[in-house]
Design a protein around this ligand. Sequence first.
Ligand SMILES: Nc1nc2c(ncn2[C@@H]2O[C@H](COP(=O)(O)OP(=O)(O)OP(=O)(O)O)[C@@H](O)[C@H]2O)c(=O)[nH]1
Ligand SMILES: [Mg+2]
Ligand SMILES: [Zn+2]
Length: 291
Amino acid sequence: MSEGIILKGYSGFYYVQAGEKLWECSLRGRFRLHAQDFLPGDRVKISPLKGHKGVIEEVLPRTNALVRPPVANVEQVIVVFALVTPQPDRNLLDRILIQAEAAGVNPVVCFNKADLALPPETDAAVELYRSIGYEVILVSAKSGQGVEELRRVLEGKTSVFAGPSGVGKSSLLNAVHPGLQLKTGEVSAKLRRGRHTTRHVELIPLDGGGLVADTPGFSSLDLPPMQREELSRFFPEFLEHAPQCKFSTCLHRLEPQCAVKAAVELGRIDSKRYADYLAFLTEVIEQERRY
Ligand SMILES: Nc1nc2c(ncn2[C@@H]2O[C@H](COP(=O)(O)OP(=O)(O)OP(=O)(O)O)[C@@H](O)[C@H]2O)c(=O)[nH]1
Ligand SMILES: [Mg+2]
Ligand SMILES: [Zn+2]
């Protein structure tokens, strides 16, 4: 038996890389009812059949798994948004950051289409997330700006791209890895959205070592299950203010003498981030009721 990693699942088969070889594997009968338990990124034991065909015998324990995109054993999430076309959906960006942190995966924010945006606009988005403490890179699949930096970020690690349709995830991978020829699609002029060109999650081995998943874009994402008190830990910029709140249990919403709200009013915390926090808090409280 040899050990390998699932690169993708497609119409009942799993493509497993073991050593230099790519195996087309089916599942043992007893696994077939649980096919959703096999994700790209899963480490598996396979026994070879004829040629490049094999059977998955066993799946090894995971270190983590993301819900969207569904990939296991991830080391970092590259959160890809376009600076324009489509305009960044900041609420979704903040959700993806929370998902990554809750799964224990390092996020890297990647703003693409730098060639289309003017400096004041680009600086605002980049500076905001940098000031919070996130690693941010500014790239253009079209002009090549930042592509070398992205290549270095991906080298030797298992990464996944996450973001909406049309932001340029596949285009960036094509730029990072010449010769790849992943399909890319226009952004609809009418709907100002991407057209869901990428249909499946696929881990791609990189020349410099490492794997990166190209993934279908998505526009909604549920928050991970948590208690209401936990939410603020996903907003690192609140941390220095929260100890000055009058109540130690402050949810930074309606409570009097809240230092977080005061910081928002003084412009020390971004008001859109705070608005996302409040919207997420409502959602978390609704979720709590359902458990
Ligand atoms: N101007 C400009 N256009 C870009 C850039 N990157 C991608 N595009 C264009 O944006 C459109 C969408 O690119 P894709 O790579 O298909 O986007 P995607 O994120 O993979 O989309 P899905 O597969 O649908 O999730 C295409 O028309 C690309 O040519 C860029 O840096 N600058
Ligand atoms: Mg794509
Ligand atoms: Zn408070």
